[in-house]
Design a protein around this ligand. Sequence first.
Ligand SMILES: Cc1ncc(COP(=O)(O)O)c(C=O)c1O
Length: 361
Amino acid sequence: MGVPLFDTDTPRAALRGELEAAMTRVLDSGRFILGPEVAAFEREFADYTGAAHAIGVANGTDALTIALRALGVGPGDEVVVPSFTFYASAEAIPPTGATPVFCDVDPETFVATPEAVRAVLTPRTKAVVLVHLFGNVAPVAEVEALGVPVLEDAAQATGSRLGDALTGALGTIATFSFYPSKNLGGLGDGGAVATSDAALDERVRTLRFHGSPDKETFTDVGYNSRLDELQAAALRVQLPHVHGWCDARRAAARMYAEAGLGELCGLPVATPASDPAWNLYVVRHARAEELAAALRDAGIGARTYYSVPAHRQPALAAYGRDAVLPGTDEAARTHLALPMSAVLTRAQVDEVVAAIRGARL
Ligand SMILES: Cc1ncc(COP(=O)(O)O)c(C=O)c1O
């Protein structure tokens, strides 16, 4: 039958009529930039995350650079970031003028630990980017307790919980991506910054509009980085469904465990007190690449994501030359993403598990 790695089309298809009506509403309004849809989405997304403010920006990468700039990060500063993440988490740092300093991750949870962050802190550390990778929740409070502000990179973790709180409201400032395959995905690029600090909210709003608080005076060299009205309207249609979709992702993870996947590979390990809404369902296996190839032959979507971690990428290698990151190397070698979506069925899960069993690796 075959099982795709992810399926965002099926949930979105159910909302097609509402999405078309939202697109028509924007077209009829003639307002395409920073109009009522963006303002309403910012209010609704802030309410969803539990942060006091949310600011729409063009994508999750800009969100990171702008949030760092809002924190005052600049030339001469260091920003700690895990190397085992999507490249953009680290790529967003050099444009601020600061130096990325790579920290290790726990190869079971795939997120940074307070010990790994502490090991690379220096008097020049201005901020720590903690990535809620694959939807797992990084230890934000524990790292902020080290005395340094945390930027949550929640691009992959919309809807993940720590106790009663959602990602985006755990640290000083947070960033999101609405890339179409994310837990809340748009119909193109989009992103947001969330914070409960009114001064940071103002800074982000200024920076996303060319560094101008009033569109007349330009106080900073900023960015043209805005969420479009069309994207905001599409996101508003989907936002009320995200809670249910995230629960469906959690249920899919439980189905994998019930189907016996844990006998065949290392299941995803949620960090203490967290309840991840897995954006990617990433297991651990000693022969991950071989298993991925066998699964693809069987029609199952499976792939590794970060086999070459950020500190070994050509563009960032100069920053990572001295980094010794054994957890990162292990995670890079052993991780493997299996099919995950809000509409994954038990029959599909059984097919994936049977294919892994059949691969005999
Ligand atoms: C962890 C992480 N950070 C940042 C980004 C960047 O988001 P965007 O693609 O919207 O720029 C992504 C996106 O894919 C991501 O997975």
